[in-house]
Design a protein around this ligand. Structure first.
Ligand SMILES: Cc1cc2nc3c(=O)[nH]c(=O)nc-3n(C[C@H](O)[C@H](O)[C@H](O)COP(=O)(O)OP(=O)(O)OC[C@H]3O[C@@H](n4cnc5c(N)ncnc54)[C@H](O)[C@@H]3O)c2cc1C
Length: 321
């Protein structure tokens, strides 16, 4: 039986959906699963990880883990992976994981493949799919000559199974190893947003230069509020200073894969498409019928976003509220 470790991420006592996707995939493959949960609140979610199939959960809540530090996390997580005996490690490709796992891979002399959109687990081996050249083609990739295989998956690519409260899990409490640190995180200043991060959002309403000014993003926010969506943006509007970089979708912004992506006044440049083209349903609103975004869109609305957005908000309100 193959041994798989899933690196668990969580916020406010809730396991992130990307982690649940990976637990579900590992369980479906019949693997012996362990999970690693580190940072404040890790103990509280350990049992929940068990209900999704983790037989053993390593938890660590040291004070040193309060704010993410790649050295501290790198030492701890690579040690726990060794302890688990797993040869396959799965993590959701969040900003944290993308920073952490190259370090972990170096420590374990492991292979690592990031930004995966497809995952096949059979026996002790993994094959993945990942987009290349800003999504113009997809590569099938296998590991070679490495004992440990680390996969970072994009969120919203795999189904999530139901929890099973009858599953028994062993919770192992660990402490972070002392280290001679080269960097110390003094303070993390978090944004005020209470909205779901773009990378986890199931519905995204995004605006581009066609929105003509920061003040008109209210139209996008109104629709997002009705749909329970998060607002995103193209780089053109981030560069113009209308919205912060955290809202940027695309090659140099965030990669998203929601069930529904509504692009308003966005032309569909290849660098934007690179960040959102694996969305399940894409709706484009653009007054130019020749805009490239329509080639990617599932549904296209040719027209003025300033007229269409309030109408959509009004109609969805009738259905959803
Ligand atoms: C190295 C590099 C990295 C990049 N990374 C990114 C990235 O991560 N993300 C990203 O988005 N871009 C990125 N870009 C920039 C990218 O090439 C485009 O310039 C950018 O995406 C254009 O943004 P836009 O679609 O908002 O603006 P435009 O291309 O100017 O498009 C505006 C659209 O709005 C439409 N419009 C105008 N008025 C209305 C209206 N009233 N109603 C409806 N539609 C209207 C227009 O028809 C037009 O199609 C990158 C570029 C480079 C070179």
């Amino acid at each position: 039986m193959s041994k798989i470790t899933v690196f668990a991420e969580f916020t406010n006592g809730k396991i992130k959906s990307g982690t649940l996707e990976l637990l579900t995939a590992a369980k479906a493959a019949g693997a012996e699963i362990s999970a690693i949960a580190v940072g404040p609140g890790a103990k509280a979610i350990a049992k929940d990880l068990g209900t999704y199939g983790a037989k053993k959960v390593f938890v660590c809540e040291n004070e040193t883990l309060k704010d993410y530090n790649s050295e501290v996390f790198g030492n701890l997580v690579s040690g726990l992976i060794k302890k688990s005996g797993s040869t396959i490690v799965l993590a959701s490709g969040t900003m944290l994981a993308r920073d952490l796992f190259p370090r972990v891979a170096t420590k374990l002399n492991a292979g690592m493949i990031g930004d995966c959109t497809g995952l096949k687990l059979s026996g002790g081996s993994v094959s993945v799919q990942r987009p290349l050249y800003s999504g113009k083609c997809t590569a099938n990739v296998d590991f070679q000559n490495c004992d440990t295989q680390i996969v970072l998956m994009r969120a919203n690519q795999l189904p999530i199974g139901s929890p099973d409260a009858s599953l028994i899990t062993e919770i192992v409490e660990e402490s972070a190893p002392a280290a001679d640190l080269k960097t110390i995180v003094k303070q993390v200043v978090k944004g005020a947003s209470t909205k779901l991060d773009l990378t986890e959002a199931n519905v995204i309403v995004s605006g581009g230069r066609g929105m003509k000014g920061a003040e008109h993003f209210k139209l996008l926010q109104d629709l997002a509020d009705v749909l329970g969506a998060t607002v995103g943006a193209s780089r053109a509007v981030v560069d113009a200073g209308w919205v912060p970089h955290a809202m940027q979708v695309g090659q140099t912004g965030k990669t998203v894969a929601p069930s529904l992506y509504i692009a308003c006044g966005i032309s569909g440049a290849i660098q934007h498409l690179a960040g959102m083209s694996s969305s399940k349903v894409i709706v484009a609103i653009n007054k130019d019928p020749e805009a490239p975004i329509f080639k990617k869109a599932t549904y296209g609305i040719v027209g003025d976003a300033f007229e269409i957005l309030p109408l959509l908000t009004q109609e969805f309100k009738k259905i959803l509220q």
